[in-house]
Design a protein around this ligand. Structure first.
Ligand SMILES: [Zn+2]
Ligand SMILES: [Zn+2]
Length: 673
């Protein structure tokens, strides 16, 4: 198989935390093969931390009246959906939360290597660490098939049943070398050379097999539940992650403490696959990325575009209500502007080549910030003007290598829901608090209620005085505490220009997605020399805050597709109602009804030309929330018989009643009529 599931999953997790652009396959093989502590690969998977660490938004804070109303509406809207999804949620132990599980996975890697060498005596062993959901081991051998994996698993079962003890032995370097040479294991010899400390530790599995390792393991193979492990896939991987070196066979396995855990994990994996936004995007005709136009450039089809319109409209309304001004600014600007901002010096690798316009160089924008500063600078400001909040759905372009592109999650052009706040030092706290409220209001619409929040403080290299860093950091903390949100502090993890708050949302599957960010900036006001006149008519520098709630509209849409599994709630659904005639005799009436619905703001369409059961099935496949079935009786009485995707038959009602009920449900963001 070209792309194995497991590898795909790894890549998937890899992308969601946006680490550097290296392939996760290129696992920096450690000196020992089984390093003490966490394998470096694990850090790439840390974007799905144990659920227990997730900060829960607290309900102790007392929200303002409109906020409470909004929160209530959201609560109502999402409760039914959340109830369904709660059952789908998987609570599984992790390597960090369960030492026993980590030992099981580590031991499984050895047991698998032993089984492989028993079945394929010419295979050479290399390394095999534990990873997020299991383990892998790399072998130098002929390519393996799925059938081989079944044989290997059977052999592993045999080894487990024999309950071989795992025995640790310390030997000298010379002794280890002698034994490895006797086995003719060149990779193991290379690993040995990399081990600096002595004595060398060896682990035996019974009498028959041993491996260089630092542990830890379970006491005997019988401690592994053979029904809780599965070999998932095989993929090519280069020795030492170096494409100039030998191509190895990497077998991925998953291992758990119990059979129930394995089942839950498999369910999770299937769910993740079922929800894959790239597949759903195609099946539901939401968006595409076309070879003819180039990678990482997104085409929003009518059904995806309408969802974006709804998101944007609601986003704009909320911003206007909360005292933001909306902007539109250009997608390109003179290269000099990016020189002043510092992007050409510090952000160049993310920017495209310059464009020559009448001998002057222009640059596609990777960020919106300098434009908003230019808008600020168009006139003099007094301290009385603050806070100034400007927001824009601003499209930016960033250089990404084709190999790192991934559906809507990593693209080359995307639209940020960006905003910048200019304010006084003593306004920081209130402004941040305002951003947190707005964030909750926007994200709550989609049922995102669990947040993981990080506050990052001053790094070693930074600009700005001690005093301003202290003030801003305290303001961020106060705002979070005021809001009643739990958060973790990442000491020294801030940007060089200021402290920041990052917020991850948790989707219906319990996966975490980084979306919102709030960053204080002491750098750009300096670089662009922006000022205001204070109460003593002196020139001062304002504080600048960058913030985004959804992050990138493209990426957020990808998250939404996976969160809802393409099954959008009524208020977001591209088609809210399908009108289905039993025969074509009812077609005219159906068309009239559709026109009426559309004129009243409801997204409706007529489908016909098939037998009714087929029409209903098609609507189900397209995840249309409501179906209105029309036979001769309905035409006669000017009614509709309504069927809801989630609540079954609702009954027969007048067209007007149907419209009213939909309109109420949309206002309440509820999916039930
Ligand atoms: Zn080991
Ligand atoms: Zn910015």
């Amino acid at each position: 198989m070209a792309t194995t599931l497991s590898a795909a999953l790894l890549r998937f997790h890899h992308r969601c935390c946006l680490p550097p652009r290296s392939s996760p396959r290129r696992c920096p093989a450690s000196a020992t093969g089984f390093p003490r502590g966490i394998h470096p690969l694990n850090s790439l998977h840390s974007c799905r931390p144990p659920r227990s660490t997730a900060a829960r938004s607290s309900s102790t804070a007392s929200p303002s009246a409109p906020e409470a109303a909004a929160a209530e509406a959201t609560e109502e809207a999402t409760q039914a959906e959340a109830d369904v999804r709660e059952e789908e949620r998987v609570v599984l132990p992790t390597n960090e939360s369960s030492d026993r599980l980590l030992r099981i996975r580590h031991t499984c890697a050895h047991v698998m290597a032993m089984a492989v060498q028993k079945l394929f005596p010419n295979s050479k062993v290399t390394i095999g660490p534990w990873i997020d959901n299991g383990f892998y081991y790399d072998f130098d051998m002929e390519p393996l098939t799925d059938k081989d994996l079944k044989k290997i698993k059977k052999e592993m079962d045999r080894i487990i049943r024999k309950n071989h003890p795992l025995v640790r032995e310390e030997v000298s370097r010379e002794e280890a070398q002698k034994r490895i040479e006797a086995l003719n294991e060149p990779y193991k010899l290379e690993i040995l050379e990399g081990i600096k400390e002595e004595p060398i530790t060896i682990y035996h599995i019974g009498e028959e097999w041993w491996d260089l390792c630092a542990g830890p393991h379970v006491e005997s193979t019988g401690k592994i539940n053979r029904r809780a492990i599965e070999l998932e896939s095989v993929a090519g991987a280069y020795w030492r992650g170096d494409e100039n070196k030998q191509m190895l066979q990497r077998i991925y396995g998953t291992a758990w403490e119990t059979e129930e855990q394995l089942k839950a994990y498999i369910h999770f994996k299937e769910e993740a696959k079922r929800r894959d936004h790239r597949r759903l995007g195609q099946d539901l005709d939401l968006f595409s990325i076309q070879e003819d136009a180039g990678g990482g450039l997104v085409f929003w089809h009518p059904k995806g575009a309408i969802i974006r319109h709804i998101l944007e409209d609601s986003w704009k309304l909320i911003h206007l209500q909360r005292g933001y001004d909306l902007l539109y600014t250009p997608h390109v600007a003179k290269a000099d502007l990016w020189k002043v901002s510092g992007h050409i010096d510090f952000y160049k690798e993310n920017m495209y080549n310059q464009i020559d316009v009448e001998d002057e160089f222009y640059q596609l924008r990777p960020m919106n910030c300098p434009y908003h500063i230019l808008v600020y600078k168009r006139k003099l400001h007094s301290y009385r003007d603050f806070p100034i909040r400007v927001a824009e759905l601003g499209t930016v372009y960033r250089y990404e290598l084709s190999g790192s592109l991934h559906g809507l999650f990593r693209v080359r052009g995307f639209t940020q829901d960006d905003a910048h706040i200019f304010c006084l030092e003593d306004q920081i706290k209130d402004e941040i608090r305002g951003v947190l409220d707005l964030t909750e209001q926007i994200l709550g619409q989609f049922g995102f209620r669990y947040y993981e929040i990080n506050l990052s403080t001053r790094p070693e290299k930074s600009v700005g005085s001690d005093d301003i860093w202290e003030k801003a950091t305290v303001a961020l903390k106060d705002a979070l505490e005021d809001k009643g949100w739990e958060y973790k502090v990442d000491e020294g993890g801030g940007a060089f220009y200021g402290p920041k708050i990052d917020l991850k949302i948790e989707d219906a599957l319990g996966r975490k997605w980084q979306c919102s960010t709030v960053q204080v900036d002491f750098n750009l006001p300096e670089r662009f020399d922006i000022t205001y006149i204070d109460s003593n008519t002196e020139k001062k520098r304002p504080i600048m805050i960058h913030r985004a709630v959804l992050g990138s509209l493209e990426r957020f849409f990808g998250v939404l597709i996976e969160h809802y599994a393409g099954d959008f709630p009524l208020w977001l659904a591209p088609t809210q109602a399908r009108i289905l005639p039993v025969t074509d005799n009812e077609l005219q009436y159906c068309n009239d009804v559709a026109s009426e619905l559309k004129s009243r703001g409801i997204r409706a369409e007529v489908c016909h030309g098939e037998r009714l059961p087929k029409l209903i099935r098609n609507a189900e496949m397209q995840k249309v929330p409501l179906m209105a079935v029309v036979g001769p009786k309905e035409v006669q009485a000017r009614t509709l018989t309504i069927r809801s995707r989630h609540n079954g038959e609702i009954g027969t009602m007048l067209v007007d009643d149907f419209i009213n009920r939909i309109q109420v449900a949309i206002v309440n963001k509820s999916s039930s009529l």
